[in-house]
Write a protein that binds this ligand. Structure first.
Ligand SMILES: [Cu+2]
Length: 496
């Protein structure tokens, strides 16, 4: 049975009780007026509604190795002039950007002022298992915990967000997330665009109510597709505009959406360079005109505005794409760049960026195969949750699903050949390399030629990855479509 048949069986629009108590007043009211369905796209989630691009792109405050992060209800304006209640770690809906030097000690005090449990996962940082924000390492309402670790990894862009099982989607969607940038001397030596020429950004989509407040109340359809919104925001604001000069810029992008995939492109169809991925820089820049970025993935891009006449607008947009049954049918703008200043650009694109040494498949001691998707067998009646599985199982915090020998290199294969939803698969506790993709798109993309922690497995695809497991302890791997994850598409693995 495919997804459409399945939804037909259930009855479209059935509202699933997948969330706990509402964190914010009004969140449990499913406001259909905020959902713009394009005719014929009823099964594709809300289509995107653009608002005028007039709000200056903002950047969260930057902190370094120490600081306080308090999950709480705050007031912020996603839409211009509409102050609304959201969740945040400081003053607004995104937490501070944490910029740290590799090798340094990080100590961040987390206080949970929500009315339910939470925690923080450092997505893209290699940290000890007990600091990783595992779903069983919870900070109760009113509690605190200090996350401390010393980093030993390549320069990359990471991010942080809550990871309490069955509540991740809601807490992240209502505003809890933040960016992390890890720097190294080797990366600095490349003299990539920095300062005001380096633009870190989180792209998200929100379903806003009439007051401009994000609402989170997934229907059965949303659980199947991921909770998508009609409003695209960058660093917390909709309709963002960023002035640029005629030179090279470094765009460091996190897809912080619950379920939406973006096919990043420029409105002038200009090529851009992919220089890095989840785990750091690629070996060499790779030019492209479009790049799929699924939830959890990061892209490190160089965009050249030097040939664009002053006075021209260029949009970062999401182009249409195929292969994902529930999205990709609509192109929309994400962010407007206004080229407003002529500037001489001293930047030279380096021929080589870093060293991505391929892990040898001959060094792998084991291959694990995971069927991912929807378990249709053995269903009785109308299951309201627990449909998304890995290897036929849904998440159980107390169960160890896989045991890996510390230091071993393994090949893991994610098989979505029978599924019909995209699944961005994310491993904690290690970075990996993508070996190959069979079926579907049948190829590897620029960001997949570097170190990854999240890989998109489209319907019809089997994707093989290779990783060395160097951190001991209990970790999870899961789908980063947060509705799939909360629905149970996550397993434990222990390294020892
Ligand atoms: Cu999924």
């Amino acid at each position: 049975m495919n997804r459409q048949d399945f939804l037909k069986t259930l009855g479209l629009g059935a509202v699933a009780s997948v969330t706990g108590s509402s964190l914010l007043t009004g969140c449990n009211t499913h406001d259909m007026s905020a959902v713009n369905m394009t005719p014929g796209m009823e099964n594709m989630g809300p289509s995107v509604t653009e608002i005028p691009f007039t709000t200056p792109l903002r950047f969260p405050e930057t902190i370094t190795n120490t600081g306080q992060l308090t999950a709480k209800s705050v007031i912020d304006a996603i839409l211009p002039g509409k102050n609304a209640r959201v969740l945040g770690y400081r003053g607004g809906m995104l937490g501070p950007t944490i910029r740290v030097q590799n090798g340094s000690d990080v100590s961040l005090r987390f206080t949970n002022n929500l009315d339910e449990e939470s925690n923080i996962h450092w997505h893209g940082l290699l940290v000890p298992a007990e600091m990783d924000g595992h779903p069983t390492q919870l900070v109760q309402a009113g509690g605190s915990f200090t996350y401390s670790f010393r980093l030993n990894q390549a320069a990359n862009m990471a991010w942080y967000h809550p990871h309490p099982h069955e509540k991740t989607g809601k807490q992240a969607n209502l505003g809890l997330a933040g960016m992390i940038i890890v720097e190294t001397p080797a990366e600095r030596a490349l003299n990539l665009p920095s300062g005001s020429y380096e633009l870190p950004m989180v792209i998200q989509d929100k379903r806003l109510d009439g007051n401009g407040a994000p609402t989170y109340s997934p229907s059965m359809d949303d659980v199947m597709m991921g909770y998508m919104g009609e409003t695209i925001i960058v660093n917390g604001v909709a309709g963002a505009v960023q002035p640029v000069s005629t030179r090279m810029y470094r765009l460091r992008i996190v897809n912080g959406s619950n379920g939406r995939i973006y096919n990043l492109a420029l409105s002038n169809n200009a090529p851009f360079w992919v220089i890095g991925s989840d785990g750091g820089l690629l070996s060499a820049p790779e030019q492209t005109t479009a790049l799929l970025l699924s939830p959890g993935e990061r892209a490190d891009l160089l965009v050249d505005f030097s040939k664009v006449p002053v006075g021209t607008d260029v949009f970062l947009k999401s182009d249409t794409f195929t292969g994902a049954s529930s999205q990709g049918g609509q192109a929309f703008n994400i962010l407007k760049f206004t080229v407003n200043k002529a500037e001489t650009d001293p930047f030279q694109l380096p021929a080589a960026l870093g060293m991505v040494s391929p892990l040898s498949t001959a060094s792998a001691t084991k291959t694990r195969l995971f069927d991912i998707g929807i378990a249709m067998e053995g269903m009785n009646g109308m299951p309201m949750r627990g449909m998304h599985t890995i290897g036929g199982k849904t998440y159980l915090g107390s169960r160890i699903d896989e045991t890996v020998k510390l230091g071993d290199t393994e090949i893991w294969e994610f098989d979505n050949s029978k599924g019909d939803e995209p699944h961005p698969m994310h491993l904690h506790g290690t970075f990996f390399q993508v070996l190959n993709r069979v079926g579907g798109r049948n190829t590897l993309y620029a960001t997949e030629k570097g170190w990854k922690d999240t890989v998109l497995v489209m319907p019809g695809e089997r994707v093989r990855i290779i990783a060395q497991f160097t951190k001991p302890g209990l970790f999870v791997f899961h789908c980063h479509n947060l509705e799939h994850e909360d629905d149970g598409m996550m397993l434990n693995f222990r390294v020892n």
